[in-house]
Design a protein around this ligand. Sequence first.
Ligand code: ADP
Ligand code: ADP
Length: 223
Amino acid sequence: MIELQDVAVGYGGTELLAEMSLKLVPGSFHFLTGPSGAGKTTFLKLCYAELLPSSGFLGLYGQDARTMSRDDIAQMRQRIGVVHQDCQFLDHLSVAENVALPLTVAGKPIDGRELVELLSWVGLKAQMNALPPQLSGGERQRAALARAIIMSPEVIVADEPTGNLDWEMSLRLLNLLVELNKMGKTVVIATHDLNLIRQAKAQVSARVLRIANRRLQLAGADL
Ligand code: ADP
Ligand code: ADP
């Protein structure tokens, strides 16, 4: 579980977000909205301790993020899968190798059958030997999702995962995230796309957080 109590965060002494209190409980589904530059990426980075609070308490699985050792943080990161906005693939490795990279980095064995199963689930079995530059936008995002979940994390954090996708591809990605949530995973998605949020709310019980005036607010049910 990820817990914030009166958290403030910023860069180089400039406060960007403040007074944030929130619990992301297991199995919950959250959207995070707000104008560009409001701090959505910054908030997501707090969730996996890429950034630490300048004040307040950030608890990650019961541990105070500020007292976690490098090893603790590495262990915790295995429980939180991140879909970065720009995907960050290694272009000289195949799609399958990129998806399996977290296992490789962690020194864990790759089960070829499970890898193919995962690639099939995201609809990329036929592209598994392709190189990332050969993928379409939707395929890239689904590969990034596969890589984010290969370590079976409890939480999936996605930063504008449908930012560059058409509606059909956005829905396809959303459906995978909804399915993961139905399997019990906690999902946090930063997005501008209100249609995507409406679509999700028809399928799961999702909470919508909005960043406004440097604060985190719970958006109204009208959204
Ligand atoms: P959003 O995801 O909502 O667009 P970000 O969290 O990416 O917002 O950025 C919020 C603000 O913080 C922006 O003004 C951005 O330029 C600034 N910012 C983001 N990362 C850094 C950084 N590493 N150093 C300094 N400023 C940053
Ligand atoms: P977003 O679209 O979410 O605002 P950006 O494209 O602004 O994301 O930022 C991409 C990356 O660059 C992020 O990792 C962010 O932290 C970093 N970044 C953004 N603004 C700045 C800045 N002013 N100084 C340094 N790094 C920044």
